[in-house]
Design a protein around this ligand. Structure first.
Ligand SMILES: Cc1cc2nc3c(=O)[nH]c(=O)nc-3n(C[C@H](O)[C@H](O)[C@H](O)COP(=O)(O)OP(=O)(O)OC[C@H]3O[C@@H](n4cnc5c(N)ncnc54)[C@H](O)[C@@H]3O)c2cc1C
Length: 386
């Protein structure tokens, strides 16, 4: 069946723009793309086209031309924080693949140290491994996080007590409204818990990122109790970055949080829900809902930490206590919670986007029913919503 004529016009229009980009150095049009092959949840349909861009210039040329023509664009890194609808998708995917890396000494006037500059398309963990391999501290706690360098400021990536905001020096971005390519300070990014001005807005494309490193072989202070315990250091102390990296990777593997083609527990988008922050005055109500359901001891043990805007609860704890155990709903379900970590929704190989969305809704609604706490998804939704 032929598409309706307005769709046909859009398709022809997108094809014209893509033809116009074919001479751009470092840009490759990939035939017959499927988002399911490009996302770690292994779901997602067919976009109009996939443009692989190996230079920052190719990225800005592609996004600039598509924006000017009004063609919807999905900027893609490693696809590890995406929930993408199935079927035909009215968008062109621009995959950011510039991977250069360089080091310099920081200006004497600043905080000192070493600055590493990396292309947005470099695999994040390759950058962490390179910095740690040179004996530089700073990124080690963020070892093993999938995805690209350019996506790390998008949701202020964090793990084991460190967030990108703590080590970020500058970002080079392409401002899509103004059509400008410029370096901006971290303050321009509005970085907060798993978010920034870039998340879910698409206002700019990150082209390069600079991070501040410690050349004296000291990690960031170890703030996460489980990691400090494994390392045998007091919380707040520093350690050898290489040892921290090794230990973080071990901890992450135990939770299915390092991508592994042989382990379906890692075929996910990582933590599916952010840890909910509730106003302080709501905490007693939540605790009494926990008491009603599980008893006073559990209510007392419920993890709750002071955070910006109130008290941060543990999404994983709430999910498990609401009745969604590891592996929920069953070993034969195509989409199910990881058998290692209740916060990860996984595709066991044959799940569709609808299967994943149905499971996400079940968990979100179940937690709300049990404790009156609303969970918010962490990944970016493309062509669908929870
Ligand atoms: C097993 C597993 C473990 C994980 N663990 C963690 C964790 O510990 N901590 C954590 O914070 N996250 C974690 N994540 C989530 C994910 O890895 C991060 O959010 C990562 O930064 C996403 O990078 P990406 O390149 O894959 O982004 P993508 O999934 O490709 O894109 C995500 C969003 O960022 C946008 N984007 C991508 N690149 C750019 C760019 N260059 N410029 C502008 N926008 C861009 C996309 O348009 C999209 O909106 C985990 C995911 C998995 C699968």
């Amino acid at each position: 069946m032929l598409p309706p004529s307005s769709d046909r016009r859009t398709a022809d229009h997108a094809d014209d723009v893509i033809r116009g980009l074919s001479d751009v150095a470092g840009l490759r049009v990939v035939p017959d793309p499927r988002l399911a092959d490009l996302t770690t949840l292994r779901i997602g349909g067919r976009p109009r086209a996939l443009l692989e861009c190996e230079t920052a210039h190719a990225v800005t040329a592609a996004v600039g031309a598509l924006d000017a023509a009004g063609v919807p664009v999905l900027v893609l890194g490693g696809g590890s924080n995406l929930v993408v609808a199935g079927g035909d998708l009215d968008m062109v995917v621009v995959a950011v693949r510039n991977r250069e890396i360089g080091y310099r000494e920081a200006d004497a006037g600043g905080a000192g140290g070493i600055i590493v500059r990396a292309g947005a398309g470099l695999t994040w963990d390759d950058l962490v491994a390179d910095t740690v391999g040179r004996g530089y501290g700073g990124l080690e706690c963020l070892s093993g996080i999938p995805g690209s360098v350019g996506a790390t400021p998008v949701q202020n990536v964090g793990a084991y007590g460190v967030e990108v905001a703590q080590v970020l020096h500058r970002v080079r971005w392409y401002d899509r409204a103004a059509g400008t390519d410029e370096w901006v300070e971290p303050a321009a990014l509005g970085l907060a818990y798993r978010t920034s001005v870039l998340k879910n807005t698409g206002t700019a494309v990150v082209l390069e990122v600079e991070f501040r490193l410690d050349p004296a072989g000291r990690s960031e202070p170890i703030r996460y109790a489980e990691l400090a315990g494994r390392l045998g250091v007091a919380p707040g102390e520093r350690a050898d970055p290489a040892v921290v990296r090794r230990t973080v990777l071990e901890l992450r593997r135990g939770k299915g949080m390092v991508l592994d083609d042989d382990d379906a527990d890692t075929w996910s988008a990582g933590s599916f829900f952010t840890n909910p922050v509730v106003p302080e005055e709501r905490l007693p109500t939540v605790r009494s809902r926990v008491t009603e359901r599980l008893g006073a001891e559990q209510a007392e043990q419920m993890p709750a930490f002071a955070a910006a805007g109130g008290v941060k609860l543990s999404a994983g704890w709430l999910i498990e206590r609401a009745g969604f155990g590891k592996g929920h709903p069953s070993s034969s379900s195509p989409a199910r919670l990881s058998t290692k970590h209740t916060l990860a929704l996984t595709n066991r190989g044959s799940a569709t986007a609808d299967d994943v969305i149905a499971l996400a809704r079940e968990v979100r609604d179940g937690v709300f029913e049990a404790f009156g706490v609303e969970l918010h998804p962490e990944p970016v939704w493309v062509g669908c919503s929870i």
